[in-house]
Design a protein around this ligand. Structure first.
Ligand code: ADP
Ligand code: MG
Length: 612
């Protein structure tokens, strides 16, 4: 094994190579920062001070595979996360050197690929599309370049036969587990990173596929001079042979770092005889106790290390200006275009969403239409209360039926976080493209609702009235979509997100002015009235129906032939003016963009937090 070439011999061009070293790396879990205490993560109180990694020294060289091995819970994933720059170095003591320089996380992330154990792929895209979008986002230059890279990768990863098959998810069967694993690896290979970090590339694979993946990695290390670090918990004989370096961890301490042969020698030297046909590594894990004693001698007091390396960690790192400028491969417009394409194909293929949303609008429109039809049929008795009730109910329905976006947003957030962490695109491009895709989609939804309902219920029979009504409905669905986008960015999970959204929506209804009039609200609650998404469209509906030249002369309530309430009288009673027709639309636009901006800000903060 040791004779294998360690430099890239026949790679077309000279790529920069990376040597990664850690020195006395210690990671303590002082404060658990996870999804759940997002709200109270400022709580500085220290919980149990568990040491996950202790004094880890290791070195990964270009052209080689370093395998982090050990029983589960040994700290392999944590180690890899630190090397990938996913755990802020400020929380780690000791140091990580890249080519003898302290690691510059942002820069290092761009030259490295990091494949997590959890697969986050769009189930509805095909293998080729998945790789293609990733390639287009991460490679600059023409489409051709991405196309070539993808076909190269498909061949390299042995995925050509499933190129046009959808990835598949829980509900629909797609490609196999091993193929998914290879697609995930492929996603981080599109930009041809010089360093590849992979968490458990072989877990869940049959032995043939496992060897397949491992040999592929070996090939890339040897032929392309990549530095590959992977974790694996029980490699077989043949896979073990492919590794140049082994970092054997147990409970966060290094039991062995070096080649498998060295491990064998050490074991022999310690007086163990390795039985035939026994995997050296398995044997070593069994013999851990004997080896722990060996390594414990080298442990130094933690305080010393921290002091010693504090300054290395804090040394300002030279940043190559030219490189930072080109942080993103594409200009924002192109990013938005690519993301719009990806998002629309996802939405269009989410049949349930599409069908459910459209059917829901259409059915609700027709059913509501028939229920409230009578409101206008009797010319002598115009049922004002019924019509207002229809407006209120319409809004309830429209505002509350948009929460179905929540699971989509949450699922996407995982992918977004992974991609932005690797610098694939800007968070702002994501938010803009997302908004752009929803504009036409929700317009269709709005029209499907308004077309039947407006005419069946028999609202003002004029084209401008109908168009304005449709515009307001469109604004309403856009508002609630933005609202959901914002809160799904904030919420840690589906249950929290759902209760948060339902709770706030509920209070919007309460403070709309329909259930309790504005004048009766306590002063300290008045702000909720103005924040209510319900208030503005509700007013728009009333002004549209009872305002304007014709509406003014419209009799709303009459007693024995004498009209005592006209349209304009009613509006005055409600404290509404015709001019509010457009200012309210403006306010709704403000909400739409305001929530989107908030959504952007939260997502940006989330992705920024994982980067520093
Ligand atoms: N953020 C965290 N919160 C709580 N425990 C953690 C966290 N990260 C790692 N651990 C703990 O550290 C140990 C090592 O975890 P991990 O690196 O995932 O192990 P491996 O990948 O070797 O199975 C485990 O006992 C795990 O519970
Ligand atoms: Mg793990």
């Amino acid at each position: 094994m040791d004779q294998l070439p360690t430099k890239a011999p026949d790679y077309g061009y000279q790529k920069k190579q990376y040597r990664i070293k850690t020195k006395k790396l210690t990671y303590r879990l002082s404060r658990q920062v996870n999804e759940f205490n997002w709200f109270y993560s400022c709580n500085k109180e220290k919980s149990a001070n568990t040491c996950i990694l202790k004094n880890v020294n290791c070195e990964a060289r270009p052209g080689e595979i370093m395998a982090i091995v050990g029983p589960s819970g040994a700290g392999k994933t944590t180690m890899l996360e630190i090397l990938a720059g996913m755990i802020p170095l400020s929380r780690v003591s000791g140091c990580v050197l890249v080519n003898e320089q302290p690691m510059n996380v942002t820069q290092f992330r761009r030259v490295s690929g990091y494949v997590t154990q959890e697969e986050v792929l769009f189930p509805l895209l095909t293998v080729q599309e998945t790789l293609m979008y990733s390639a287009r986002l991460r490679l600059h230059g023409e489409l051709n370049r991405a196309t070539n890279r993808v076909s190269e990768l498909l061949k390299e990863l042995g995925l050509e036969h499933v190129a046009n098959v959808r990835i598949g998810g829980e509900s629909s069967r797609g490609i196999s587990g091993g193929e998914k694993r290879r697609v995930s690896i492929g996603l981080d290979l599109v930009h041809d990173p010089a360093v590849l970090l992979i968490d458990e590339p072989t877990s869940g694979l049959d032995s043939a596929s496992a060897i397949n993946v491992a040999s592929l990695l070996k090939y890339m290390a040897v032929k392309q001079g990549k530095t590959i670090v992977l974790t694996i918990h029980q490699p077989g004989f043949r896979i073990l042979e492919l590794f140049d370096q082994i970092l054997l961890l147990s409970n966060g301490t290094v039991l062995h770092h070096g080649s498998v042969h060295l491990l064998e020698h050490r074991l022999r030297f310690a007086g163990h005889s390795i039985p035939r046909n026994v995997n050296v590594l398995e044997f070593a894990i069994e013999m851990t106790e004997a080896m722990v004693i060996d390594t414990e001698e080298s442990e130094i007091e933690d305080t010393d290390i921290e002091g010693e390396f504090e300054h290395t960690r804090k040394t300002p790192v030279l940043v190559n200006v030219a490189e930072t400028k080109k942080y993103y491969s594409n200009p924002p417009i192109k990013e938005v275009m690519i993301l719009v394409q990806r998002f629309s194909s996802n939405i269009c293929r989410t049949k349930q969403l599409f069908a459910a949303r459209i059917l829901q609008s259409l059915l609700a429109g027709i059913v509501l239409g028939t229920i409230f039809m009578n409101a206008n049929n009797d010319p002598t008795r115009l049922k004002l209360q019924t019509q207002i009730g229809f407006f209120a109910f319409s809004l309830t329905f429209l505002l509350s039926s948009t929460t179905e976006g929540l699971p989509i947003y949450l699922e996407e957030r995982k992918i977004l976080m992974r991609e932005t962490a690797r610098g694939a695109y800007r968070v702002s491009s994501y938010v803009i493209s997302n908004t752009l895709v929803f504009l036409p989609f929700l317009l269709v939804v709005a029209l499907l609702y308004t077309i039947p309902v407006y005419w069946i219920v028999g609202l003002r029979r004029e084209m401008d009235g109908f168009l304005y009504f449709s515009l307001v409905v469109w604004m309403v669905v856009l508002m609630s979509n933005s609202f959901v986008a914002c809160f799904s960015a904030l919420a840690p999970n589906f249950i929290m997100g759902n209760s948060l959204i339902a709770g706030i929506m509920g209070s919007f209804f309460l403070f709309s002015g329909y259930f309790i009039s504005k004048d009766d609200m306590p002063k300290y609650w008045i702000f909720m009235h103005y924040l209510s998404l319900f208030k503005y469209p509700f007013e728009c509906f009333m002004i549209n129906e009872y305002g304007g030249e014709k509406g003014k002369q419209r009799c709303l309530e009459a007693l024995e032939g004498n009209c005592f309430l006209y349209g304009n009288g009613f509006l005055v009673q409600q404290g509404l003016k015709d001019s509010q027709k457009w200012t309210n639309i403006g306010i709704m636009l403000g909400f739409i963009f305001g929530y989107r901006f908030l959504c952007f800000f939260i997502l940006w903060y989330r992705s920024y937090r994982t980067q520093s």
